[in-house]
Design a protein around this ligand. Structure first.
Ligand code: ZN
Length: 177
């Protein structure tokens, strides 16, 4: 699972979904989670640097700055086993506009669970952002964080990443239509 987090971090950078060490990924691991560390560029990230936390966020201070979002999603959605937070450009346009991602393309419903809401604004890294993200996510598979980025969830990293790809393509279509 640690190697899969590294591999999907590299996919985030390669796909232009983040730059530098931005964004973060996690997978559920027993009663806790494994999450990428803070401020380590993905091309330098080693599997041993992946951090283990409990669902309250305790375990290692080098945890990602958005650990609270990941923990809150796992606590509220028992079926979710992977969470990806990214900063993709077109979804960020919607995030800045405060514009819901509409189901303009057929794939948005089946892949994302319906139109994707923009969560209420809260500062990066805050407990308020975790609560806003969970509320905005509801029972769907993605949420846009106002003035910030995206969160997608899945049964594994592959699914959460695919949902990120579909979200960003649909956002691009919506912005360019
Ligand atoms: Zn972020």
């Amino acid at each position: 699972m640690r190697q899969s987090l590294v591999d999907h971090g590299l996919r985030l950078v390669a796909g232009g979904y983040v730059v530098g060490a931005d964004g973060n990924l996690s997978v559920r691991d027993g009663e806790g989670l494994l999450i990428t560390p803070s401020r380590v560029a993905y091309d330098r990230l080693q599997p041993g640097q992946v951090v283990r936390l409990d669902l309250a966020g305790a375990g290692d201070p080098s945890r990602s700055s958005e650990w609270a979002v990941h923990c809150a999603v796992y606590r509220s959605r028992p079926e979710v086993r992977a969470v990806i937070h990214a900063h993709p450009v077109f979804a960020c346009v919607l995030a800045v506009r405060g514009e819901v991602l509409e189901a303009l393309l057929d794939e948005v419903g089946p892949v994302l669970g319906g139109p994707v809401a923009v969560a209420d604004y809260a500062p990066s890294g805050s407990a308020e952002l975790a609560a806003a993200a969970v509320a905005g996510l509801g029972s769907r598979h993605a949420v846009i964080l106002a003035n910030h980025g995206t969160v997608t969830v899945g049964v594994d990293l592959e699914e959460a990443f695919y949902r990120l790809q579909v979200l960003e393509r649909a956002a691009q279509v919506q912005v360019l239509r």
